[in-house]
Design a protein around this ligand. Structure first.
Ligand code: SIN
Ligand code: FE2
Length: 218
């Protein structure tokens, strides 16, 4: 339902540097937005981040461990455990979330089209065999701000539908360096990662995929 998507911020309020290369069910995709050098530099920075705020296996409210492992940076991270899930200002260990890397801030500023400052960067780690089921991102207060997603490492089959779980979907492979923006009518689109082609990228020795999602939470 398009009417579910608020539009207090004009999605074109901040002009984007260039139009997307592809649009998949309303999700804009910028191919190779980060070049291989920028990807490698960012991965080094993320290694430090993961040392400060280690990866955690989230448990769904139903009690099942997810196959991705997660951490975060910025004012808010996302935690999930037996007591429920949602945004939190601290890592489960009690340490504050590390700062968001400057190059990630720059992606938000170039491609979000959103005048609000970035508050949260979630890091999803897909080891071999990890996937993410179809879901909506709807725990953020201001749905006029998009979710911006950065792919690093192995290629991932990204599926996007509409705002109804049972609607038709379309898929494409996200490659290392690609950026996807779920905003406007696609902000509440169901989406997920069906599978990752293990070892398809040489960015991470040993393979695997990192996904960074950038959000305004409040
Ligand atoms: C997510 O929807 O949270 C992750 C999407 C991705 O891994 O590309
Ligand atoms: Fe998501």
């Amino acid at each position: 339902m398009m009417s579910e998507v608020p539009s207090s911020i004009d999605p074109g309020a901040v002009p984007r540097v260039r139009p997307p290369d592809t649009v998949l069910n309303g999700v804009g995709i910028w191919r190779g937005w980060l070049d291989p050098q920028a990807q490698a530099t960012l991965v080094e920075c993320l290694r430090g981040l993961v040392r400060a705020a280690p990866l955690v296996t989230p448990v769904t409210p139903g009690g099942r461990p997810m196959s991705v492992r997660m951490t975060a940076a910025g004012k808010f991270g996302w935690v999930s455990g037996p007591k429920g899930y949602g945004y939190a200002t601290q890592h489960p260990s009690g340490v504050p979330w590390p700062p968001i890397p400057a190059s990630v801030m720059a992606v938000w500023e170039s491609l979000s089209g959103c005048p609000r400052a970035l508050e949260c960067m979630l890091l999803n780690w897909y080891a071999e065999g990890a996937r993410m089921g179809l879901h909506q991102d709807r725990d953020e207060a201001d749905l006029s701000c998009p979710v911006v997603s950065i792919s690093l490492g192995d290629s991932a089959l990204f599926r996007v539908g509409g705002t109804e779980r049972r609607g038709s979907t379309a898929s494409l492979w996200l490659e290392s360096g690609d950026v996807a923006v779920m905003g406007g009518a696609s902000r509440l689109a169901y989406h997920g990662i069906d599978r990752v082609r293990h070892g398809s990228s040489r960015l991470l020795p040993g393979g695997g995929r990192i996904n960074l999602t950038l959000r305004v939470v409040t």
